[in-house]
Design a protein around this ligand. Structure first.
Ligand code: SIN
Length: 508
């Protein structure tokens, strides 16, 4: 392991949030630690839709906020959401200054796409549906050219080391073994949790490592029950499924079942209803034994507007212009995560979190489409500003007794896929808690992923209502009083034990 300069900041993860944070910290020295190659292995490069920003004529941050709050179903932190959405212009400017080329018309104006639950066209995109790939290309090139950023690829962070509630360093594992990297300021930018589910649009290697690391270090987690399922992944098996962007429905595609019925016509907003509503409607069709298809809009030049999706369909033997595209819901995004403030600070001194692994309060119970890339950029900028304004503490030696066993997510995945899906109920959630709690107490590699999944199960059990992406068949209504919840790992484990002992008492 290379030694690090005193006062350096460690950024963990090289998706959009980590790359922006590292760049925005320049000239402060940054060590960027990433397991896969820079910009690879994360969800950013897979993003198709784009980045939401109220920059068009007739749009405003207030309208964007209203749509965000409506999608968030009463649980957004409105003040924080307002702050983040108002920084959209700054975020787009930062990306463009660092080389991102958004699609523009002949007059130079950004071409704005429409996605579900947005009242205006406000999605900036690049290369049609290649937005994430273009953003990653530009940011990776910028990071490679940034003298203050040292990149450590092939490095997996296994533990955060703390003393007296403050970060001291990280245990980093590489092919040659583990070593401690001392650091007093660490930014978690590790992305999502798709690897906890059988079917996901995320890379399957991401099972919430950052959430687990922060939780083990004592950080509070928030809104963990809110897992978003994208309605339209390409229905071609299990594991990571190709995404068929919501922008396809924004350009007129309709959903049909195998009887040719346009079942979304029964719902307000039809195909462009909020994502959770469309996902549950498709889930209901499939539960009734019917297949679901997307039929592309006739008005759009599909291969020109959606070249990446066209290629994905062709690879599966489907012509998206002529054939109905088979779709199914798949895990897509996690609204919950490491609780942070407006600057990305977690509840542990020296630990910031940005991007999908964080819970800022922007998304509430359900994320509005394309708000995530925006949040990742804005929070990367805000965290960098906050860190730059705080003193560069000298690094001190830190040690760890024994490296943990290699983590494997298959045991937690089986439980999460069965019990923590689109529809939940108390008995099923308690079964999940029993299984996951056992895994967290074992001494093998199943424990780390089980911590992330256990947190979802406990938060979901305690939320005795249906709201946003969290749907309980035993509590189908929204509760009159509802609030966002935050807990540390100790509190989560204590709650899990109480839930199970209540269960025992009831069945005795
Ligand atoms: C999509 O393109 O449908 C996904 C956009 C998002 O998840 O924000």
């Amino acid at each position: 392991m290379n030694s690090a300069p005193s006062g350096h900041v460690v950024v963990i993860g090289s998706g959009i949030a980590g790359l922006v944070t590292a760049l925005a910290l320049a000239p402060r020295p940054v060590t960027l630690v990433t397991l896969a190659g820079l910009g690879q292995g994360g969800s950013t490069a897979l993003a198709q839709g784009g980045i939401a920003a109220a920059l068009g004529a007739g749009d405003s941050p207030a309208l964007h906020l209203a749509d965000t709050l409506a999608a968030g179903d009463g649980l957004c932190d409105a003040a924080r959401a307002d702050t983040i959405l108002r920084q959209a212009g700054e975020a787009i400017g930062f990306l463009e200054r660092h080389g991102t080329r958004f699609d523009r018309d002949a007059s130079g104006a950004a071409i704005l796409g429409l996605e579900a639950a947005h009242s205006r066209r406000r999605i900036l995109h690049a290369a049609g549906d290649g937005s994430g790939t273009e953003i990653v290309r530009a940011l990776v090139a910028a990071v490679r050219g940034c003298a203050s950023v040292t990149v450590q690829e092939g490095a997996l962070v296994r533990r955060l080391l703390t003393r007296d509630g403050a970060v001291l360093g990280l245990l980093v594992q590489r092919a040659g073994g583990g070593a401690v990297l001392p650091a007093r300021q660490v930014v978690m930018a590790t992305g999502g949790i798709g690897g906890l589910y059988d079917a996901t649009t995320n890379p399957v290697g991401n099972w919430g490592q950052g959430i687990m690391l922060a939780a083990r270090a004592g950080a509070a987690l928030a809104d963990m029950e809110f897992v978003q399922f994208h309605p339209t992944a390409l229905d071609v098996g299990q594991g990571r499924l190709p995404l068929i962007s919501e922008a396809v429905r924004g350009e007129g595609a309709v959903l049909l079942n195998d009887r040719g019925e346009r079942f979304m016509a029964r719902h307000k907003g039809a195909e462009l209803a909020p994502r959770d509503i469309v996902a549950r409607a498709i889930h209901a069709e499939r539960a009734a034994g019917r297949q679901v298809f997307l039929r592309a809009g006739r008005e759009v030049d599909f291969p020109a507007r959606f070249p990446a999706i066209t290629a994905l369909c062709h690879a599966a033997g489907i012509d998206p212009v002529r054939d109905p595209i088979p779709v199914r819901p798949a895990q897509h995004y996690h609204m919950g995560g490491i609780r942070t403030d407006t600057f990305g600070r977690s509840t542990v001194a020296g630990l910031w979190a940005v991007g999908e692994c964080a819970a800022t309060g922007l998304h509430g119970a359900n994320r509005l489409a394309s708000n995530s890339l925006l949040e990742a950029v804005v929070m990367g900028l805000n965290a960098a500003r906050d860190i730059a304004a705080s003193p560069a503490l000298p690094v001190t030696a830190a040690t760890i007794a024994e490296p943990p066993p290699d983590a494997y997510p298959s045991a937690a995945r089986a439980i999460a896929s069965r019990h923590l899906g689109i529809l939940r109920d108390g008995a099923s959630l308690r079964a999940a808690i029993a299984g996951l709690l056992l895994l967290t107490q074992g001494d093998d590699g199943a424990g780390d992923p089980a911590i992330t999944a256990l947190a979802i199960a406990v938060f979901a059990t305690l939320r005795r209502e249906s709201r946003g992406a969290h749907a309980r068949t035993d509590f189908p209504a929204r509760a009159a009083l509802s609030a966002s919840r935050a807990m540390t790992l100790d509190q989560i484990i204590q709650s899990a034990r109480l839930i199970l002992s209540d269960d025992l008492a009831r069945s005795a």
